[in-house]
Design a protein around this ligand. Structure first.
Ligand SMILES: Nc1ncnc2c1ncn2[C@@H]1O[C@H](COP(=O)(O)OP(=O)(O)O)[C@@H](O)[C@H]1O
Ligand SMILES: [Mg+2]
Length: 610
């Protein structure tokens, strides 16, 4: 129930639609009930059921009053006046015309009420989707390695859709169907108190059976959505890795994985349908049985002249009663759908309730410049249990270049990730100009860094927008200048639409070197005081490496840089070189000093010389 109201809270503000909705829906219900009620006087006239006292009663125009009695009296007065004047055929026309008018009105209002709901539904879904995306994009990096991407994607797409169809769909049921049901019962009670009382006893019994049938749907629904998440995950991995899949002839392997998961999903869907689809036949069977029982009970009453129920009234009663089943069924099927939607709602709120581990403290300090020094004091870090960095101490002075080298898996990238606070150290602290980075406002902290990694992350957008990424109203001449510094301008103007060329998903229409030069141009445009380069040229062939290295050298001018390098030749001139292995600093000094030590660095550089 809590989940339900939380989902509905995304429809706020309610006062924009709720009053309108209630009015329109009430009108739809009233006219809907009215057109069946009109059958009784029709039967009376056609089958000559009315007795003399009745006819006498309806021959005078009634006194005006604001109640149902007056309406009935007035209607009958008109009806009998017409019967007098134009005989029964005239009355038939009259009643049929009124039925058409009421049906028209009830459907008109029903349409209006559905439209209001459609708008609410669209709004709720949009709000939830944006809220989840907003929240996910704020999450710390660890969240994304812990949770699979497919799972997150499936929650934002499928689960939100599930919520849309079931929970928001049930809104309709929440007011309209109960109102319809109650109105029908009011009419039924007015017609025959005893008979209706009898049916009311039957109702809860059948309701209980139906609710038992749909009870255990929830657990199933969660499993189904999880399975769908795994399918999306396989799909996402396969589509982005299609080249590798083909190269390694791994198509069958992947297909098998996809097939297995799809089988599991199909099984879950069937087992869910088994219960879900049972709801409708069971409720129909129960419903018709109830009608039959009433037919029996009421029919006996009429036959034995036990009640004041006339034949016309009894037929109308049965017709109206059979209509009662429609809202009752709608309510029961809404309840069974609701279980699925709520299971999805739980999964969505599960994400929304996960707090990001990296956030501002209570009074964060803005920091828009880097003035003197970055200090890493006694920092240790582990992703889970296994320590990745142990007691690292390091100072990077303004304007200097510090290089991190060492065998892969040693912890270099992890150390670089700690400085812009992608992760927080498990022990120790990092300070910029003497301020602990945990006290610096996150946006301004990240603003101090330009980061270029081995993978060039680009988006399916124009070259211009990829370079100007994150900068509002970037000026064209600045973007072009950045591209020139990054050795990218020449290939950009040779592209079909120049700076407005769309580069495809993840930049697939460009070569590795071109992609990397765009990410460098992006860093140049941002013009940050501190640069972090994590193996920026490792993925490139030597031809494009030269162009990129040139671009990087220009980018590093007049900046403080932390460079992680695979090829030692590129960092020979660094002010300080750290050899990191197994999470600790093993050697430290400039190139010449380290060569003389004849340690790991010497070994690495000898290996590369060969
Ligand atoms: N997101 C992560 N979750 C868990 N372990 C990780 C993660 N990233 C890296 N590691 C582990 O941390 C260690 C250091 O990795 P990394 O910093 O990338 O090394 P390097 O950049 O020196 O090659 C490795 O053992 C690696 O398996
Ligand atoms: Mg690395």
């Amino acid at each position: 129930m809590k989940t339900y109201f939380r989902i509905l809270s995304f429809a706020k503000p309610y006062n924009r639609f709720l009053p309108q909705y209630i009015i329109v829906t009430s009108l739809a219900v009233v006219f809907g009930v009215m057109n069946f009620t009109l059958l009784k006087p029709l039967f009376d006239v056609i089958f000559d059921q009315a007795d003399a006292t009745q006819i006498a009663r309806y021959s005078e125009e009634p006194q005006f009053a604001m109640n149902i009695d007056y309406l009935i009296q007035y209607f009958n007065y008109q009806l009998y006046a017409i019967t007098d004047k134009y005989d029964k055929t005239g009355a038939l026309f009259f009643v049929c015309a009124i039925i058409i008018v009421t049906v028209f009105l009830s459907n008109l209002f029903r349409y209006m009420s559905s439209m209001i709901m459609a708008k609410v539904r669209a709004r709720v879904v949009k709000n939830i989707r944006v809220a989840v995306f907003d929240h996910v994009s704020k999450m710390h990096l660890g969240f994304f390695s812990g949770k699979r991407k497919g799972d997150i994607m499936s929650r934002i797409t499928n689960d939100v859709q599930e919520v849309e169809f079931s929970v928001v769909g049930s809104l309709k049921v929440l007011f309209k169907e109960p109102a319809t049901l109650i109105s029908y019962f009011v009419v039924l009670f007015a017609m025959s108190f005893k008979l209706t009382l009898f049916t009311l006893v039957l109702f809860p019994v059948s309701g209980f059976i139906i609710s038992e049938v749909v009870k255990r749907l929830k657990r199933n629904a969660i499993e189904t959505q999880e399975s769908l998440g795994r399918i999306v995950n396989i799909l996402d991995e396969s589509l982005s890795g299609i080249r590798v899949i083909k190269a390694f002839n791994a198509r069958r392997y992947i297909l098998q994985k996809f097939d297995d998961e799809s089988k599991k999903y199909a099984g879950l869907v069937v087992s869910m349908a088994r219960k879900n689809e049972l709801a409708s036949p069971v409720s129909e069977l129960l419903g018709v049985s109830v009608v039959a029982i009433i037919l029996l009970f009421g029919g006996t009453m009429v036959l034995n002249n036990e009640s004041n129920l006339q034949a016309s009234e009894f037929i109308t009663y049965i017709i109206i009663f059979s209509q009662v089943l429609i809202p009752a069924k709608a309510i029961s099927s809404a309840f069974s759908n609701l279980q699925r939607g709520l299971a999805s709602g739980v999964r969505i709120f599960d994400i929304l309730d996960t707090q990001t581990a990296i956030k501002n403290n209570n009074a964060p300090k803005e920091k828009n410049s880097f003035d003197s020094i970055i200090q890493i004091n006694n920092v240790s870090f582990s992703y889970d249990k296994k320590p990745v960095l142990k007691n690292i101490n390091l100072a990077v002075e303004k304007g200097k270049t510090v290089a991190l080298v060492g065998p892969s898996g040693g912890g270099k990238s992890t150390l670089a990730d700690l400085i812009p606070r992608f992760y927080d150290p498990t022990h120790g602290e990092i300070a910029i100009d003497g301020i602990n980075i945990k006290d610096i406002e996150l946006y301004s902290l990240r603003g101090l860094f330009g980061i270029v990694t081995q993978e060039s992350i680009l988006f399916n957008d124009t070259i211009f927008n990829n370079i100007a990424f994150g900068i509002k109203n970037a000026r064209e001449q600045d973007v072009i200048k950045a591209a020139q510094i990054a050795n990218a301008h020449n290939f950009i103007i040779q592209s079909p639409n120049g700076y407005q060329t769309v580069i495809g998903e993840r930049g697939t229409k460009l070569s590795g070197g071109q992609r990397q030069r765009l990410t460098i141009a992006r860093a140049v445009l941002k013009n940050p005081p501190i640069l972090i380069l994590d193996e920026a040229t490792s993925a490139l062939d030597s031809e494009s490496e030269k162009l990129v290295q040139e671009a990087i050298t220009k980018l590093m001018q007049n900046r403080t840089s932390i460079v992680i390098a695979h090829r030692l030749s590129t960092i020979q001139h660094a002010d300080k070189i750290l050899v990191i292995d197994q999470g600790t600093i093993k050697e430290e000094g400039n190139h010449d000093e380290l060569i003389q030590k004849k340690g790991i660095y010497t070994k690495l550089s000898e290996m590369q010389a060969m």
